[in-house]
Structures are given as C-alpha cells and as structure tokens.
Design a protein around this ligand. Structure first.
Ligand code: SF4
Ligand code: SF4
Length: 56
C-alpha cells in the first residue's frame, strides 16, 4: 500500500531523505510521493514532524 502526503506537510524535506525508494520529491508547496515507486515501508511517516504521510 502506497503512502500519500496530506496538506499538513510543511515541506521540511525530512521524509525525502529517509525514503529508500527515492519516491518523494518536492511538489507545489508540499512534498509528494510517487505511488509507482512507494513500497509502503512507512519510513516517511516515522520521521515527519507533523504526521503528514498517511496510508493511501
Ligand atoms: Fe518512501 Fe517508504 Fe514513505 Fe513509500 S512509505 S514514500 S517507500 S519512505
Ligand atoms: Fe512534509 Fe512531513 Fe515530508 Fe517534512 S517530513 S516534507 S512535513 S511530509
């Protein structure tokens, strides 16, 4: 199950640095997850200070 990043994202970039699949990139005002690359490991959710990544 892929994760998605909600509008709670403050664009700190912590999740992108942790993602083992390099599935996260900066988008328009927040970071975004490429569902084709995400393997659902949850590492992004573990480091996010505002709980923005959630299971889609
Ligand atoms: Fe990357 Fe894992 Fe988050 Fe998917 S769940 S975006 S693979 S860190
Ligand atoms: Fe956004 Fe959280 Fe990722 Fe920071 S760690 S860029 S707040 S989703």
């Amino acid at each position: 199950m892929a994760y998605r990043i909600t509008d709670a994202c403050i664009a700190c970039g912590a999740c992108a640095a942790e993602c083992p699949m390099e599935a996260i990139a900066e988008g328009d005002g927040k970071f975004e997850i490429d569902p084709e690359k995400c393997v659902g490991c949850g590492a992004c959710a573990g480091v996010c200070p505002v709980g923005a990544p959630e299971e889609a």
